[in-house]
Design a protein around this ligand. Structure first.
Ligand code: SF4
Length: 81
């Protein structure tokens, strides 16, 4: 079974495919308020994601080296990866 976490932030729908995440933490370095590693060392959302501006979020999601994070806008257009 896939382990996917989804979160809305503004007009963005962000999806972490936790089966793909390898826990390097690039997304966290880019947006500490938005992401963190859980006890298993896999990325999860933080409540502070709502405080992170759109461009920072998009850049952070785009940092993922294994494309574990995808982002759709309100129209369903995929912005990342
Ligand atoms: S950048 Fe990608 S692989 Fe690294 S912690 Fe974030 S989601 Fe996981």
């Amino acid at each position: 079974m896939s382990d996917i976490h989804e979160r809305r932030a503004g007009d963005l729908l962000i999806r972490i495919d936790r089966d793909l995440c390898v826990g390097f933490g690039d997304c966290i370095e880019a947006a500490e308020a938005a992401f963190e590693l859980d006890d298993e060392g896999i990325a999860v959302f933080r409540a502070g994601i709502d405080e992170v501006d759109r461009e920072t979020l998009l850049a952070a999601c785009d940092e993922c080296p294994v494309d574990a994070i995808s982002v759709l806008d309100a129209d369903g257009t995929q912005l990342v990866p």
